[in-house]
Design a protein around this ligand. Structure first.
Ligand SMILES: *Cc1c(COP(=O)(O)O)cnc(C)c1O
Length: 425
């Protein structure tokens, strides 16, 4: 047993002790590529591939009868997947539906929960949130005939990377109707204290919802027990549902019976939907928030993926993820100290599933990493996100990544590239 952390042998020992290591074989990983971008687009698992093929088969075999026949009848598939996803967000099965996209689900939720009235007309969010969320919020404010520059309150970050819960709570004033915050910030990976924020919002009579894009499949949640009003997320990042896979939406059961802001026939009570009545009877559960015909083929990979997560258990995923990022930071501290990197992510356990390195040459360091077979994620202006993923990254992958980064810095290999982002970064 060597205790020298920086050796390859130490990484191999960590892999031997890792009870999740067999799951790497469940994924399509490439031996020549170190994939550190699972927080942007997760890799394909064999089970996700299989469930997609099963759904294609059902189309082949049953034609229109696939809506009610086959292994996964399409008519009930979104609800079924919602049930499978519920343990990951800590919700009751009937509180989760897989539908829409992150952005369209936020529109639906604001159309429902943002009812400016009697001095409560504002939406509270933060300036570090993903821009699409802020665009959606602004358009919802405009749709009410209000001015977004007056009615959207953006809490500022003091360091450009993180938020302080007490600052957010201070801004929860009497004129705030709804709060929309991320559970994990997409750049710095900071994890917010959902319990503290939800409690504070409710004490002040404010509805609160969270964007779980970077936390679903990375950390456990307990939305129901915390009483979180609503949440929404995409399933192509840590959840490995594939490019553009269908997103998730949660509404606490205390709000069941409320009429969704946007109606469509797939939000109907299933037994009444095909009455095709001009009077809609909404589903009594979160299913009511659906709009039109589900994107069945884009839902399909999620069945296999969720099966995998439920088999492993999100607690174990989180434990390994923390070990991986911890190990990565220790290696970076030991091996890259002299090259001018700093951390934008919290170093303690209030971080999510990735680390965020700050460097003024970040854009071209990322290009050099790709050239050397490491897939990172550049975030303008100067951030490098690295996400070793519990289900398919090994400790040796982390060790290799840091070695390659060290060579790039030591030999100045990044200088061959321009310090600008590509179209997709
Ligand atoms: C990835 C991400 C989105 C993406 O929204 P889509 O509608 O799925 O394109 C939104 N919000 C956050 C915080 C994200 O990280």
């Amino acid at each position: 047993m060597t205790n020298n952390l920086t050796t390859r042998g130490f990484a191999e020992q960590l892999d031997q002790q890792d009870e999740l290591r067999k799951y790497k074989e469940e994924f399509y990983t490439r031996s020549d590529v170190l994939y550190m971008d699972g927080n942007s687009l997760g890799l394909l698992s064999k089970r996700a591939e299989k469930s997609l093929l099963t759904l294609l088969e059902s189309w082949k075999e049953f034609g229109i009868d696939g809506w009610v026949r086959g292994e996964h009848p399409w008519f009930y598939f979104s609800e079924k997947l919602g049930e499978l996803c519920a343990p990951l967000v800590g919700a009751k099965p009937e509180e989760v539906i897989l539908t829409g996209s992150t952005t369209s689900n936020l529109h639906q939720l604001l159309a429902t929960f943002y009812k400016p009235a009697k001095g409560r007309t504002k939406i509270l969010a933060d300036e570090l949130n993903f821009p699409s969320d802020l665009y959606a919020i602004k358009s919802q404010i405009s749709l009410r005939g209000l001015d977004p520059s007056e009615h959207l309150i953006l809490v500022k970050s003091l360091d450009g990377h993180t938020l302080i819960e007490d600052n957010l709570i201070e801004m929860m004033r009497d004129d705030v109707a709804v709060i929309v915050l991320p559970s994990i910030l997409y750049r710095s990976g900071q994890m917010l204290d959902l319990e503290k924020l939800t409690k504070a919002a409710h004490e002040r009579g404010i509805i609160i919802g969270f964007d779980l894009c970077h936390s679903i499949g990375a950390i456990p949640h307990s939305l129901h027990d915390l009483g979180v009003d609503f949440a929404f997320w995409c399933n192509y990042k840590h959840l490995n549902g594939g490019p553009g896979t269908v997103a998730g939406l949660y509404v606490h059961e205390k709000h069941f019976g409320k009429t969704p802001g946007l109606l469509g026939w797939f939000g109907s009570d299933k037994t009444k939907q095909f009455d095709l009545s001009i009077e809609m009877t909404s589903s009594s559960t979160v299913g009511a928030y659906q709009l039109g015909t589900p994107h069945v083929l884009s839902l399909a990979p999620l069945y296999g993926s969720l099966e995998l997560f439920n088999e492993v258990g999100i607690q174990k995923v989180r434990e390994k993820s923390l070990k991986l990022t911890n190990y990565m930071m220790s290696l970076i501290d030991d091996e890259l100290g002299q090259y001018g990197f700093s951390y934008g992510n919290p170093k303690d356990e209030s971080r999510g599933g990735h680390i965020y390195l700050v460097h003024e040459e970040a854009a071209r360091i990322c290009k050099a990493l790709k050239h050397e077979g490491v897939i990172p994620d550049f975030r303008a202006p100067n951030g490098i996100r690295l996400a070793p993923v519990a289900l398919y990254s090994s400790f040796l992958d982390v060790w290799e990544t840091v070695q390659r980064l060290k060579t790039i810095m030591h030999e100045g290999k990044y200088k061959k590239f321009e310090n600008e982002r590509d179209v997709i970064a």
